[in-house]
Design a protein around this ligand. Sequence first.
Ligand code: SF4
Length: 328
Amino acid sequence: MSPLLRVRDLCVDFSTADGTVRAVDRVSLDVMPGRMLGIVGESGSGKSALWLGVLGLLSHNGRVSAGTAHYLDTDLLAASETARAQLRGKDVAMIFQDPVAALNPIRRIGKQIAEAIRVHENVSAATARQRTLQTLKDVGIRNPDLVAQQYPHELSGGMCQRVMIGMAIACRPKLLVADEPSTALDVTIQAQIINLLSELKVRLGMAIVLITHDLGVIAAAADEVAVMYSGRLVERSETVALFGKPAHPYTKALLDALPQPGARDRRLGSIPGQIPGASERLPGCRFEPRCAQAIPRCAVEEPVAHLDADGRFSLCHLAGALPAEAPR
Ligand code: SF4
């Protein structure tokens, strides 16, 4: 099966008062049709900048400085802004962390969804309204006629996120990018939103990119996982394999920091230090100052990508082999 989206060696730079900083560095990955890819990493790892770059949504001081991104046969980086705008919302949609801020506060919910449909499809107002009500039902809103007449401030955060998801899927995109879609919501609503995304993936056959800092969310929903650290992709594998046996020391450290059901006396792990700033340039592995398994060459030599026989990707000197040198 061919990928829906192919990203190769993508770099994203931002111009700042201190000069140019690289937020995303040589990231390559594929998004397969009908699958959910979880992108996980700490704040500052570049996970959101990567997707804003791919979709042409970077702020004025950001730019994709190298690499390629193809949606099927469309070269996203070479396409005109008009062509990209047409693609966004119809074939590829994105939802954001704060649904209340993303909705227009002075327009009724129904009008906002109908507008999203009519921008991309040549349908009558009556058809758009009927599709709007069906879309609200699709995202689990029980009284669509009432909600369509309401304004965003009349809805809870969870309902607003359902509306945002509805707006994103109204034109039945093949790819939905969800950037921390449940972070601003309380825990029970978070679970409902993640369940809704999983259900829509199956029902509509959509591929989903789920960006989050929460490994628990990834474990519950994603088919495969890409772990980012300091702008680089450090591990990518099937979710079950990653949780069963992480290949990269950073992934392992993240998992060690998660509570385990039934292990009440276990002390949670923590990762010392902090993620390097985007302008900080380290000669070797960027995780080296915090890595419990670092060996001397890690400080001076950048690791190269390693793919194992099962297609698992890892960016680590120790990948695929037991350490030849003793950990420090
Ligand atoms: Fe740790 Fe070295 Fe692997 Fe980096 S390359 S993650 S420092 S063992």
